[in-house]
Design a protein around this ligand. Sequence first.
Ligand code: NYM
Ligand code: MG
Length: 218
Amino acid sequence: MSTHRRGAFIVIEGLDRAGKSTQHARLCQNLENQGHRVKRMRFPDRTTPIGRSIDAYLKGESQQEDHVIHLLFSANRWETAASIRTAIEEGTTVVTDRYYCSGIVYSAAKGRDDLSLKWAREPEVGLPRPDLCLFLDITPEAVAKRGGFGNEKYETSAMQKRVRELFYELMQLPDGQEIKVIDAGRGIEDVERDIMERVLRMMAQTKMTEGLESILPW
Ligand code: NYM
Ligand code: MG
């Protein structure tokens, strides 16, 4: 067996306005301060041609059928899959702001009979599976105190409420194993400390000499 140490694959998930981008930046910086090489990523990655269509959709500048936009979000992950695996194999830790959990729950939250959690998860099967997914949890009330939402698609309290319920539903399923709930309603430093603790615990417990897994079918 090889003793080569791979990087870790960490995802930060949560509702809009939960503080994901702030915590993503702090976690990456904290890991670098500890001597880790870090690759920062975010989904949607709005810089690619697929990402630009997603961006236009979210801003209300274009329309897409619900299944089509779902598959574009998934394709936007697939176009990075090889680079994630390469970075991790080379010993770099990859930290992403959102990933396939968002993909599944936001689409399923639309409430269509023909767009279930199960259907929404299928295109993600085979993608690199995170070692740890931190779900930054915040109540709709706390979000309101933070000044409410922006004006992109999905940024309404009804949608966010459903998204939050579905995140909890997803945690009861096999994907729940690597998802850890973080109370994001606290101060920035408290959340930051909690996240770093969970990450270090995961790094100590994971066999980093074994390859990264893939998302498996249910
Ligand atoms: N979103 C994000 C999805 O609907 N599906 C996905 O696969 C991903 C990655 O995009 N409201 C939604 C969640 C957000 C929106 O994300 C834009 P952000 O992090 O606000 O830029
Ligand atoms: Mg947002």
